[in-house]
Design a protein around this ligand. Structure first.
Ligand code: ADP
Ligand code: MG
Length: 226
């Protein structure tokens, strides 16, 4: 589960105004939330915070049941981050590695046997429609193919928390719908899922509660569309 209690975040200590201001909300394990709000509202910043790439400047935060507000415990956050599947807006694939080796990263960090990894990779590549891309270096991919690789990498180890930043930007409509169906399925199976999007049609297709940010403030916790 996720719990934020009056969490603020400044990019730098001396910044006059926080990027995120006194956010308080909870998402139970298995919950699905849309993350909505205009450009610059702080959606990507909040996802980075939930991915424990940075720590709150003030307030208390719990991610997957673990408190993450103590700088002293920074060492334990590496393990926590491995239980989170993050789809960055800019994909953040590892250049120089193939599609398969990018997707295998979370499994290799878990020291899973290579024959098991091979089977998992084959299945997920097929699912994301990249069945013939196993050995292709990621820098040869189109935007949509990179996005599908990033999606596969984020979910292959069945993380307890999935964070997705505009994950359908580069996808065809039918692919976006499949991804949405899968997010709904993963959340029904117990993963917490938070998806930032601008795509109102997508939100209408899967009516779920929303966190609505505006200029770093949480202004509503209901879906404006449902
Ligand atoms: N690299 C950066 N350096 C300085 N300010 C940034 C940077 N990235 C984003 N910001 C600022 O942080 C705020 C929140 O941005 P962001 O979290 O990216 O919002 P969103 O994802 O909702 O568009 C905005 O005011 C934006 O201008
Ligand atoms: Mg953003």
């Amino acid at each position: 589960m996720i719990h934020l209690d009056s969490v603020s975040w400044r990019r730098a200590r001396k910044d006059p105004a926080p990027i995120l201001s006194r956010l308080s909300f909870s998402v139970p394990q298995g919950g699905f939330r849309w993350l909505l709000g205009p450009s610059g509202a702080g959606k990507s910043s909040l996802l980075s915070l939930l991915h424990v790439e940075t720590l709150p400047s003030a307030g208390r935060m719990v991610v997957l049941g673990q408190p993450v507000d103590d700088e002293q415990k920074r060492g334990t956050f590496v393990m926590l981050r491995r239980r989170i599947g993050m789809i960055h807006q800019d994909f953040r694939l590892m250049p120089g590695l193939s599609v398969a080796d990018n997707i295998a990263l979370p499994l290799r960090l878990q020291n899973r046997p290579e024959d098991e990894i091979r089977d998992e990779i084959r299945a997920i590549l097929k699912w994301v429609g990249l069945g013939t891309y196993h050995d292709v270096p990621v820098e040869h991919l189109s935007g949509g193919e990179q996005q599908r690789t990033a999606i596969a990498r984020a979910i292959i180890h069945r993380p307890g928390l999935i964070l997705a930043d505009e994950p359908t930007n580069a996808l065809e409509e039918s692919q976006a719908h499949r991804l949405l169906d899968m997010f709904a399925e993963l959340s029904a199976m117990g993963a917490t899922v938070i998806v930032a999007t601008h795509n109102e049609a997508l939100v209408r297709r899967l009516p779920r509660p929303a966190l609505f940010l505006d200029r770093g403030h949480l202004v509503s916790e209901d879906s404006p569309l449902s």
